[in-house]
Design a protein around this ligand. Structure first.
Ligand SMILES: [Zn+2]
Ligand SMILES: [Zn+2]
Length: 348
């Protein structure tokens, strides 16, 4: 098999050729059909998250080098371990990559994505920038039927992340405005998914006019350029104080901006991992009854819910650009520069 691996953090990925693994126990071997390139791949590739003030959270201890990135994986089942179940050879599947230890209270309650001993594909275990990937159990494979494989891949992270965050706001935002900050792959997915979930007017805020146009085309009722000197005022006039905001960027600037436009009873969900540190006026939390929370991807159950909505045709497809697997390095660079609208899916 062929993989594109991190051999040194921040250096270009290198092609590595190895024997194709034979699945053991409950494991399933997939021939990869597509693997989405996610913004968090950039952080793993660099080896850290920025915590603000020059501090960094080191990611280099979470796996061994050489390491294969890629957690938005679709593929065809090639081989089953002796005790593997729930799929058959030849099935076309999308992988739920947010795998936990299976033992702790989070895993036992179906919140494997929150496990402290993660075995996430493309983060802790070898991922999908490769021709093949091993998945620990058939329960993490969702049949995609006739759905386009490259599109299905995007639901494993960008789609699921958007859905998980939006679910936290459903009861708060219904009938009001929802503000989405950041119209990258996840923000754009959120614009589309929210229409299938609730009655709401969506306002998208971004710095990039091309991405804002894409958000408008995807169904956002209003778009506001973050760099407009009166962006905060525009948003306040439109909404009278926002009840529900999802920040898909997660920088100190965006969190400060979002905090400044929250109305009474407002909820801010931070999803993006851009990094930074925000200083917020603490009296506003009680005085305005505000809630600040984070959201990390979604559960296996939520992935099943999302894929049911997708299969039922309730969610407009995200723009997906296919590139050959050997374009992994250019694609990461393009993503770093903010030059990608929607999602790039690498195909071996
Ligand atoms: Zn991701
Ligand atoms: Zn666990």
């Amino acid at each position: 098999m062929k993989s594109y691996c991190i051999k040194k953090y921040g250096a270009p990925l290198e092609r590595v050729d190895t024997d194709t693994p034979v699945p053991k126990g409950d494991e399933v071997l997939l021939a990869v059909v597509g693997c989405g390139v996610c913004h968090s791949d950039l952080h793993i590739w660099e080896g850290y998250f920025k915590l603000g003030g020059g501090r960094k959270s080191d990611l280099s201890g979470i796996h061994q080098l050489p390491f294969t990135l890629g957690h938005e994986i679709t593929g065809t089942v090639k081989a089953l371990g002796p005790t593997a179940s729930e799929v058959r050879e030849g099935d076309n599947v999308v992988v739920y990559p947010w795998i936990g230890c299976g033992e702790c209270s989070d895993c036992q309650s179906g919140q494997e994505q929150l496990c402290n001993y993660p075995k996430n594909l493309g983060i802790n275990l070898a991922g999908g920038y490769a021709t093949h990937v091993i998945v620990p159990h058939g329960r993490y494979l969702l049949n995609i039927g006739n759905l386009a494989s490259e599109l299905a891949a995007t639901y494993a992270c960008s789609g699921l992340t958007a859905y998980g965050a939006l679910k936290k706001l459903k009861s708060k935002a219904e009938g009001a405005h929802l503000v989405i900050i950041g119209a990258g792959g996840v923000g754009l997915a959120a614009v589309k998914i929210v229409k299938a979930m609730m009655q709401i007017k969506t306002v998208v805020v971004d710095i990039n006019p091309v991405k804002l146009e894409a958000a408008a085309a995807a169904g956002a009722e209003h778009i506001i350029n973050f760099n407009d000197s009166d962006a905060r005022k525009q948003l306040y006039q439109l909404t009278g104080g926002v009840r529900a905001i999802v920040d898909f960027v997660g920088s100190d600037e965006t969190v400060n901006f979002a905090f400044g436009v929250l109305g009474t009873g407002g909820h801010l969900v931070i999803v993006g991992l851009f990094g930074g540190a925000a200083k917020l006026p603490t009296p506003m939390f009680p005085l305005k009854n505000l809630t600040l929370m984070g959201s990390y991807v979604g559960s296996l159950e939520e992935m099943n819910e999302l894929m049911s909505m997708v299969s039922a045709g309730k969610i407009d497809p995200l723009p997906v650009l296919k590139r050959p697997l050997d374009q992994a390095n250019n694609t990461l660079r393009d993503l770093e520069k903010g030059n990608i609208v929607g999602r790039v899916v690498l195909t071996p």
